[in-house]
Design a protein around this ligand. Structure first.
Ligand code: A3P
Length: 335
């Protein structure tokens, strides 16, 4: 009979053999995938219809095998720069509103990025996250179509935003992270790539549609939200969000102003001026480091007006109108 020590060694070597197999598959697959220009790194790879850099592609394969969900898990899914930081703060504050006083809240001392794990930067061996109590919250930028299968039965909150604001926000953000070995990415180039759908996790329209369609099929499982709606009617949207998270606001909480407190706590104006969000670095995986302050830029609707010509605006609107035609979803502002 095997001792428990030799059993665990056998298990470990089995796991390693499995991991080596994934690495081999990954290496072989990379040789065959269509390549496009990256915004942060030199190349993106088209993996089942979506453009990923080599690390997030590998993580996707690793998560597929090793990431284990629980039925009560809730995911925040988003395309980059659509309001992930904001939603992280909101979801965390809603779920934990009985744990922290608004006068001395977790978010006064920790950035929204630290509230719950972003799974796309996991590396082998993947965390099992069993230390987090239910409902566990996770964030991801992966499109619905390339999620590890075990995730698709969980609840999702999806946030989207006008593509023109996403383009500008992403171009500015990625320019800061862009490899110094590459020439700067000009706005005109980023615009062309965005219009072709070639951008990390994109095409953006395909990303949005993947969650939009799933939300129509299973509205109880996927809450589809828009950045602009939360800006314009935060209390209405927060009540929807809290109910979806299984934590509806009670009448007493509404009367006591708890909804307003959360709106204020998580507002751009409040979070962006906190010391904890102005200094320091957030690490994603082994390679990516982001200055915390770069998660807070302007936080406005329509800043694209300061960057895009009328022709550029019309072209993006036309592309998105066409791609979303018949879906019942409109993403572009009319004015
Ligand atoms: P801008 O670059 O247009 O200002 P993500 O969190 O998905 O990376 O998105 C970042 C965008 O959301 C940035 O947009 C950022 O300024 C904005 N943002 C960050 N925190 C916010 C908040 N609390 N409320 C509204 N917008 C916020």
């Amino acid at each position: 009979m095997l001792s428990s020590q030799s059993l665990s060694i056998t298990n470990e070597s089995k796991q390693d053999a499995e991991y080596n197999k994934i690495c081999e598959e990954y290496k072989n697959m990379m040789k065959t995938l269509p390549k496009g220009n990256g915004w942060r790194v030199q190349h993106l790879y088209n993996y089942n219809g979506f453009w990923l850099d080599s690390e997030t592609l590998k993580t996707n394969m690793i998560l597929n095998t090793y990431f284990k969900t629980q039925p009560t898990d809730i995911f925040l899914a988003s395309f980059m720069k659509t309001g992930t930081t904001w939603l992280k703060a909101l979801m965390f504050s809603i779920i934990n509103r009985h744990r922290y006083a608004f006068s001395d809240h977790y978010l006064h001392h920790h950035g929204p990025q630290s509230t719950f794990p972003f799974i796309d930067s996991e590396v082998y061996p993947v965390n099992d996250f069993t230390h987090i109590s239910a409902p566990r919250l996770f964030a991801t930028h992966y499109a619905r179509d390339i999620l590890p299968l075990c995730m698709t039965s969980c609840k999702f909150v999806y946030i989207c935003r006008d593509p023109k604001d996403v383009l500008i926000s992403k171009w500015i953000f990625m320019s800061k992270l862009r490899s110094k070995d590459l020439t700067p990415l000009l706005l005109g180039e980023a615009f062309e790539l965005f219009c072709q759908g070639v951008s990390e996790y994109g095409p953006y329209w395909q990303h949005v549609l993947s969650y939009w369609r799933a939300s129509l099929e299973s509205p109880d499982k996927i809450l589809f939200m828009k950045y602009e709606d939360i800006k314009e009617q935060p209390k209405v949207e927060l009540k929807k969000l809290a109910a979806f998270l299984g934590n509806p606001f009670t009448l007493e909480e509404v009367e006591k102003g708890v909804v307003e407190e959360i709106v204020r706590l998580c507002s751009f104006e409040n979070l962006s001026k906190l010391e904890v969000n102005k200094k320091g670095i957030e690490r994603f995986g082994k390679l990516v480091e982001v200055e915390k302050r770069d998660f807070f830029r302007k936080g406005e609707i329509g800043d694209w007006r300061n960057y895009l010509s009328k022709e550029m605006k019309d072209r993006i609107d036309a592309i998105f109108d066409d791609k979303l035609k018949g879906s019942g979803l409109v993403l572009t502002s009319r004015d």
